[in-house]
Design a protein around this ligand. Structure first.
Ligand code: THU
Length: 132
């Protein structure tokens, strides 16, 4: 059993509740936070397209709302064989709560996995430390 099977399960459950009637591209994300808990989320689209929210943002919102502040690792998954990589905006959102070595596991529904760090996804990032 994979060490991230609990995150994959949580992200899958969230993805299955995605609201994506426009793109029909369901995404789930799950965070293991510093409090030891898992926070998951799905993408939530909107008829006013730009108001849609990515799965990563939903998961981060759940984590913060519960009082946690640090991401230890994270899974992002879509459907089928595709590996979903976080969009540019979500890379910045993740970076706010994660040091550069935090691993983001991209998981395909067929089991393929690719793990990268947030530092690889968003090099030379502007982060909270820049504001002192
Ligand atoms: N999406 C995510 O939720 N996360 C990503 O990492 C990439 C894209 C969503 C946004 C939109 O609802 C749909 O996937 C198609 O772009």
């Amino acid at each position: 059993m994979s060490e991230i099977s609990d995150l994959i399960e949580a992200a899958t459950l969230a993805r299955d509740n995605a609201y994506a009637p426009y793109s029909k591209f369901a995404v789930g994300a799950a965070i293991r936070a510093e409090d030891g808990r898992i926070y998951a989320g799905a993408n939530v689209e909107n008829a006013a397209f730009p108001q849609g929210q990515c799965a990563e943002a939903t998961a981060i919102g759940a984590m913060v709302s519960a009082g946690a502040r640090r991401i230890l690792e994270m899974v992002v998954l879509g459907e089928g064989a595709v590996l979903v990589t976080p969009c540019g905006g979500c890379r910045q959102r993740i970076r706010e709560f994660a040091g550069r070595d935090v691993r983001i596991h991209l998981v395909a529904a067929d089991g393929a996995q690719h793990s990268v760090t947030i530092g690889e996804l968003l090099p030379l990032a502007f982060g909270p430390e820049h504001l002192g």
